[in-house]
Ligand binder design. Structure first.
Ligand SMILES: [Zn+2]
Length: 517
């Protein structure tokens, strides 16, 4: 008979910086990745998968910096079961004091036949060799049979057993293509628990994709059947429809601890600030009705609900907004707020600013406070994000001038500077002032792009709110994102477009990333 005891602890493995970052338009630069890593630490995740070091210099450096500087979580790097991959992963991780190498190899029939052209024996040989090579570098090894959810269960049991014998301490079962359903996935995990003789020597992990909208449900089904680690991302970012959403799975376990008898060490009031931070860094908006962190997640509109809520909130509320970090008040700063007050708000929003960064943001803050009376959290986040770039911007925005009349092509003049030298171009073309400005920027910088998405939204509330513009452009088959902020929305758009061009110039290239768990 079971009695009430300490809940089983589930390891939260966050892969926002690896799987999340792989989704189109979500690539982050080094300073952005470090910022997310710090926020994940504050949130209390156990493992941070920081990147896939062999795929690009950017990934390599991010894993190395995070391993070197972030303390309090295990830092993990991904590698295929190839010597060069594993060596490169270790090269990136070796200066960390708590690190893990994560090796993967596809095991499903379709991947064996069409992608790898290997038979079952060869797969096992490669998997074992990969785990052993990684084990030569460190003790903490995770092995993933890619596309496990579509792998024959007998073969999956065999591969997992061999990987554990070779030294894997975590065996991760990925539903790479989002094919599993809860009852099916429960059966897979249960089979591993019952049939793999050495299963008690490793933690079973799951990595679910959300193609059928079941990633969280599948992960919970796995926990119910013995999984001890969940791989997930902030806001469910990730390839295609994304991964298991961290905030949802964490709150499901916490809210239904009565059923799962399991919990995580996540500091749940950090969920909303972390969600906002990741959304603002990646430009991926969070849908309003998204569970846990969406703006409407705790909004009760129906009159009968409101009535019930006033009498007793638990009639319609299973969690309290403050448990997930919706603060009761949006603290307002203004002209007379000092540097310390700004630092305090920035910290509450999840930003760790070094002294000189704080000085810069404070200067911007003072300028903004001259233009608008009340400065909200959204404004502060926008100011920080605008500063938050380690790319030395090749091109700086100086000024613009547009003349637009309905029914006539607009004329735009823009001045940019490069290494202190001004460049000005005037264009009369396009179907609107921004289009004309973008054309002028393309002409000066010599970069031709296709605009895939363009948005302007207000960074906070009020008529005088800053406009925050996000633009997504395609250049040589890769998607790049730019962000610009200004109280003038046209300038915000021009700055966002220029930011995307600067990111292209900074050359965030990546190879081989399409292959991953
Ligand atoms: Zn994945």
């Amino acid at each position: 008979m079971t009695t009430t005891s300490t809940p089983r602890k589930i390891t939260i493995f966050d892969t926002t910086l690896r799987d999340g970052e792989q989704s189109p338009g979500c690539s982050m630069n080094l300073s952005e990745k470090l910022e997310v890593a710090q926020a994940l630490m504050d949130l209390g995740v156990d493992v941070i998968e920081a990147g896939f070091p062999i795929t690009s210099i950017g990934d390599f450096e991010a894993v190395r910096e995070i391993a070197k500087t972030v303390r309090g979580a295990t830092i993990c790097g991904l590698a295929r079961c190839r010597e060069a991959d594993i060596d490169r992963a270790w090269e990136a991780l070796k200066e960390g004091d708590d690190v893990r190498i994560h090796v993967f190899l596809a095991t499903s029939a379709i991947h064996r036949e069409f992608k790898l052209r290997m038979d079952k024996e060869a797969i096992i040989r490669h998997a074992v060799a990969g785990v052993q090579r990684a084990k030569g570098y460190c003790d903490n090894i995770e092995f993933s049979p890619e596309d496990a959810a579509r792998t024959e269960i007998d073969f999956l049991c065999q591969v997992v057993e061999e990987a554990i014998s070779a030294g894997a301490t975590t065996v991760n079962i990925p539903d790479t293509v989002g094919y599993a359903t809860p009852a099916h996935f429960a059966h897979v995990i249960k089979s591993l628990v019952n049939r793999v003789p050495n299963i008690d020597q490793a933690v079973i992990s799951v990595h679910c994709h959300n193609d059928l909208g079941l990633a969280v449900a599948n992960s919970l089904a796995a926990v119910e059947n013995g999984a001890g680690q969940i791989e997930c991302t902030i806001n469910g970012l990730g390839e295609r429809a994304g991964n298991c959403s961290l905030e949802e799975v964490v709150m499901a376990l916490r809210t239904r601890g009565d059923f799962y008898h399991a919990d995580t060490r996540v500091n749940s009031p950090r969920l909303v600030p972390t969600s906002r931070l990741v959304s603002s860094i990646t430009g991926m908006l969070v849908q309003r009705n998204k569970a846990i962190v969406g703006r409407n997640a705790f909004a009760h509109e129906a009159g009968i609900h409101q009535d019930g809520m006033l009498k007793e909130r638990t009639t319609y509320e299973i969690m309290r907004p403050e448990d997930v970090g919706f603060s009761q008040t949006d603290l307002v700063l203004g002209k007379h707020s000092g540097r310390a007050a700004l630092a305090d708000r920035a910290r509450a929003l999840g930003y760790h600013l070094a002294n000189e960064q704080l000085d810069e943001v404070y200067t911007d803050f003072k300028k903004l406070a001259d233009k608008k009376k009340e400065i909200f959290d959204g404004d502060i986040a926008a100011l920080i994000e605008q500063r938050n770039t380690q790319i030395v911007d090749q091109w700086q925005f100086v000024s613009y001038d547009v003349h637009a009349v309905s029914g006539q092509p607009p004329t735009a003049t823009i001045t940019l500077s490069r290494e202190g030298e001004p460049h000005t171009v005037t264009k009369t073309c396009g179907d609107g002032p921004l289009d004309a400005l973008f054309n002028a920027v393309e002409e000066i910088t010599g970069k031709s792009v296709v605009v895939r998405d363009f948005r302007v939204q207000s960074a906070s509330r009020g008529k005088d709110a800053q406009g925050e513009s996000i633009v997504e452009v395609e250049h040589n088959g890769r998607v790049h994102r730019g962000r610009g902020v200004s109280t003038d929305t046209v300038e915000a758009g021009a700055r966002a477009f220029l930011n995307a061009i600067n990111r292209i110039e900074a050359g965030q290239t990546a190879v081989g990333k399409r292959e991953a768990v």
